[in-house]
Design a protein around this ligand. Sequence first.
Ligand SMILES: Cc1cc2nc3c(=O)[nH]c(=O)nc-3n(C[C@H](O)[C@H](O)[C@H](O)COP(=O)(O)O)c2cc1C
Length: 193
Amino acid sequence: MRVITLAGSPRFPSRSSSLLEYAREKLHALDVEVCHWHLQNFAPEDLLYARFDSPALLTLLEQLEEADGVIIATPVYKAAYSGALKTLLDLLPERALEKKVVLPVATGGSVAHMLAVDYALKPVLSALKAQEVLHGVFADDSQIRDYQHKAILAPELQQRLDSALETFWQALQRREKTPLPSLNTRIAAAASF
Ligand SMILES: Cc1cc2nc3c(=O)[nH]c(=O)nc-3n(C[C@H](O)[C@H](O)[C@H](O)COP(=O)(O)O)c2cc1C
């Protein structure tokens, strides 16, 4: 099983990316192959000038073809997702997310914009023909205790992320059509070895 994590902040390190770091640790424990991408993998001019032959883009597209799921993270910028992320999404082919389960996550300075994922990002994910776009996770900045070195998240946020990752995992299983044990059971079993 392969999952792509895509960090949509122009900053690195970043708060929204720290949610992906947390997710990656959980998925690695489940032996899921995770390919991580962030905007810094791309030459800024390739994104700004819409270069569809960007080498990094072509590699991402190859990996996307083989991926079962995508977790996409963005900061809220001006009540929407980041413009830098949009420059990349604009370069994806129309059916780039076909047959994929997508979990969107976002961080913002204020809960006033917690619905930005729903009204701004989700329509784009649907336009890219995502098979299933899951309920997103929003974190406000105060819930991210550290992101410079290692993701340290408030317990309440961790709980919501765990629950979203469980749903993501279950959706991937449905896609595979092979029943697998729940995420927590698998992690507990892996930890006992
Ligand atoms: C240019 C800019 C615009 C922002 N606009 C908003 C906004 O409209 N609403 C909000 O809640 N937070 C806003 N913020 C705060 C960021 O969303 C927040 O700090 C986020 O966690 C940053 O994530 P990152 O570290 O992954 O880039 C803005 C930050 C910047 C730099």
